[in-house]
Design a protein. Structure first.
Ligand SMILES: *Cc1c(COP(=O)(O)O)cnc(C)c1O
Length: 459
């Protein structure tokens, strides 16, 4: 029997891209501005200065096409980058599909996900600006782990508010954060005004990312030596993640392939944007024409069932107003296992691309996702994090469609993390204890309308 064609497509360290790509430069139409909730005017750099260092604020609003990655960041990236691209021969065979499936694997990082790609530069620019401590929120703990690792590289303290449900269910990531030198508080906590307000009303609150963001922002806003770091959603975060797509472009070219379909999961949109933006640039330049598909959980369907409107990024209403697909800033999703996909909003850039039909979106129920994750583990040998099983479910769906039609599509999916610390979720699935949640359109729209009716009036 002839050996299978190449399975692992590697880049040398010397081939690692040295610039991030800024999609704002090439968008066919510009996205709506971020607004100050008090004035209704676009926010300026000074409004953001209490929370972020100026280098990151300038990256947030920059329209330069590329930003050079600092040497101090490249040095840390080299601990795990370039990350591998794999051809999923064994998954293809199990599905009997003529499609050729590739996955870009970010589980090789110190946190086991794509998150360090932005945690490292965020910690670097804060340290460069003389900041001593970073605060942040975390859901399943991926982002807190990544930021704690990054802070350790540049001598910063790291304080993390972790959504209560995950704090109780997933102790290992908390221990990992602490091992990297960080401190973890369950959220809502008694340490902040925002946390105390929630606890007074709901003493048993299991928390949400929106609440945890309010707590971390509150602490950073009150201390001039402390800044806040966000793991997704914002423009500069998605830009830092484009190292994924830039590498994948080089790797697919090495394999002699051009993608027909790109699939990624979306929580706040950062691993998705990171893989897709460089490919969208190539598409807009006429060099390829892939379909780009976002996959979200049916239990937290911000793109497919949310409203495109200005809303807060957090629950207490401390952030600027962003125009995005939202389920309402006080939305608390059912406790599904993909903790990273439980955010009420969506990156304004991804929301804008969806509104302008540059990308499409589907929602998947979690049992279908775990089934794809288990099939992937048994064929490719990697237990995926629950989040990218959403992308895998959509990949399997498309590969089976190709089996029907005989199309030899080239599919690239973002395998943005491993699930080694999410085995309790697999245990629940294998025991038949995972249930699906879906929303009636009218229920979700009534809830969103209610949340949005409590926003400050915009001019
Ligand atoms: C955080 C996380 C996500 C969701 O965040 P995005 O910004 O949408 O990428 C998805 N997958 C993994 C493994 C994560 O850690």
């Amino acid at each position: 029997m002839a050996p299978l064609p190449q399975h692992k497509i590697q880049l040398d360290e010397s081939e690692m891209p040295t610039r991030w790509y800024n999609v704002l430069h090439d968008l066919p139409t510009p996205p709506p501005p971020v607004l100050h909730p008090g004035t209704g005017e676009p926010v300026g750099p000074d409004d953001l200065a209490p929370l972020f260092p100026m280098d990151l604020i300038l990256q947030e609003v920059s329209t330069d096409q590329y930003v050079d990655i600092p040497d101090e960041v490249l040095d840390v990236y080299r601990l795990w980058r370039p990350s591998p691209l794999f051809r999923a021969h064994r998954l293809e065979k199990a599905l009997g599909t003529p499609a050729r499936i590739y996955y870009k694997y970010e589980g090789v990082s110190p946190a086991g996900s794509h998150k360090p790609n932005t945690a490292v530069p965020q910690a670097f620019y804060n340290a460069k600006a003389g900041v001593k401590r970073l605060t942040t929120e975390t859901g399943a703990g991926q982002w807190g782990t990544a930021l704690a690792f990054a802070c350790a590289q540049y001598g910063l303290a790291c304080e993390v508010w972790q959504v209560r449900a995950s704090y109780d269910q997933k102790p290992y990531r908390r221990v990992m954060i602490e091992t990297f030198g960080g401190t973890v508080h369950p959220s809502p906590s008694e340490l902040t005004e925002a946390g105390r307000r929630i606890l007074a009303e709901h003493p048993d609150s299991t928390g949400s990312l929106g609440i945890a963001i309010s707590e971390a922002v509150e602490v950073a806003a009150q201390d001039p030596t402390t800044n806040y770091a966000l793991g997704s959603v914002l423009n500069h975060v998605l830009m830092h993640q484009t190292i994924i797509g830039e590498e994948a472009l080089l790797q697919l070219a090495k394999a002699g392939e051009t993608p027909d379909l790109l699939v990624g999961c979306t929580g706040g949109g950062s691993n998705f944007g990171g893989l897709m933006f460089p490919f969208l640039r190539e598409k807009w330049a006429g060099r390829m024409s892939p379909t780009v598909r976002a996959v979200e959980p049916a239990a937290c369907p911000s793109l497919t069932q949310g409203t495109y409107a200005y809303d807060f990024g957090d629950t207490a209403g401390m952030t600027p107003l962003m125009k995005m697909h939202t389920l309402g800033h006080d939305f608390v999703p059912d406790p599904i296992h993909a903790g990273g996909l439980r955010y009420h909003g969506m990156s304004p850039l991804i929301s804008h691309l969806y509104e302008t039909d540059e990308i499409e979106a589907v929602a998947k129920a979690q049992t279908e996702c775990f089934a794809a994750g288990v099939l992937f583990a048994r064929t490719e040998g990697i237990v995926p994090a629950p989040e990218p099983t959403h992308a895998l479910a959509a990949t399997v769906e498309e590969a089976l469609r190709c089996k029907e039609t005989g199309e030899e599509k080239v599919i690239l999916t973002a395998l943005c993390g491993h699930g080694h610390l999410d085995l309790a979720a697999y245990e629940a699935y294998l025991a038949g204890n995972v249930v699906d949640h879906a929303w009636e359109d009218e229920d979700i729209q009534a809830a969103v309308a209610d949340a949005l009716s409590r926003l400050p009036a915009l001019a």
